[in-house]
Write a protein that binds this ligand. Structure first.
Ligand SMILES: NC(=O)c1ccc[n+]([C@@H]2O[C@H](COP(=O)([O-])OP(=O)(O)OC[C@H]3O[C@@H](n4cnc5c(N)ncnc54)[C@H](O)[C@@H]3O)[C@@H](O)[C@H]2O)c1
Ligand SMILES: Nc1nc(=O)c(N)c(NC[C@H](O)[C@H](O)[C@H](O)COP(=O)(O)O)[nH]1
Length: 219
């Protein structure tokens, strides 16, 4: 049992979700409103620790009108409990979960547990399947995965993503070191690619929105 997971991101035409310096203002203002409407529909938003360290996101609904009580629960996948204590994700605007592993230092866990709920799974890194099962037990039915590249790969590879929604901005930045929509180790052979089915597409301001269903592998 797991929540229904929607991976949402914005990328340039060349598939980058940030430049090699970490700059990532990609979505147009209309797309940002779409993202915030999606946040409002979800029970939780999840990001990887690098996204917290680089972007210091709030992960609340703040581009459209919403009551504080509508903010989804924020989740950081953070094996070693590196989330800075002054990061915006730990403010009082919404509940926060730090998903850690057994490799996280006890002292960091103690400090973070004063500001967030801690869920520990996995030895060296977070066990995403177990984390998803825990979240479902807690009542999280719909989860928005907001990146980054490394976490997107792990979630897709583990078969935990149900839908992918991307905004393609009419921009190209290049750079071998710039993060793409899905990074991680990658899949060696095209025959083993994660297969998707295009469900919907439309323009939104200058961006193109594509919505896919993830097809479950036959393995
Ligand atoms: N344009 C967009 O839509 C968008 C969205 C989100 C993030 N970003 C960008 O993505 C970049 C960050 O991406 P990234 O790939 O460096 O990091 P990430 O945010 O995906 O975090 C990855 C880290 O999570 C931790 N982790 C723990 N358990 C894990 C597991 N089982 N699987 C995977 N990771 C696990 C590891 O420390 C790993 O290095 C930033 O520059 C950010 O601006 C862009
Ligand atoms: N859809 C989307 N378009 C973008 O252009 C962009 N850079 C992100 N990036 C997602 C990432 O998780 C960001 O850190 C949060 O979008 C910031 O979230 P806040 O506004 O602080 O709540 N996502």
């Amino acid at each position: 049992m797991k929540p229904y997971v929607i991976l949402n991101a914005a990328m340039t035409l060349d598939g980058k979700i940030a430049t090699h310096t970490g700059s990532s203002e990609i979505s147009g203002k209309e797309d940002l409103k779409r993202v915030h409407r999606l946040r409002r529909e979800c029970d939780a938003i999840m990001v990887g620790i690098n996204t917290v360290l680089i972007d210091n996101p709030r992960l609340t609904i703040h581009k459209i009108k919403a009551d504080k009580s509508e903010n989804p629960t924020r989740i950081v996948v953070d094996s070693k409990a590196r989330t800075p204590l002054n990061s915006r994700i730990l403010n009082k605007e919404a509940p926060t979960i730090i998903a850690t592993s057994k490799s996280a230092p006890k002292e960091r866990i103690r400090k973070l547990s004063q500001k967030a709920k801690i869920i520990t799974t996995g030895n060296k890194k977070v066990n995403l399947k177990k984390l998803m099962a825990e979240l479902k037990k807690m009542g999280i039915k719909k989860l928005m995965l907001e990146g980054g590249s490394t976490l997107n790969f792990s979630m897709l590879k583990e078969g935990l993503v149900d839908e992918v929604r991307v905004a393609i901005a009419p921009m190209i930045v290049g750079g071998v070191k710039a993060k793409t929509l899905v990074g991680g180790q990658g899949i060696p052979y095209m025959k083993d690619a994660i297969k998707l089915q295009l469900k919907k597409y439309h323009t939104l301001g200058k961006d193109l929105i594509l919505e896919y269903k993830v097809l479950k592998s036959q393995k």
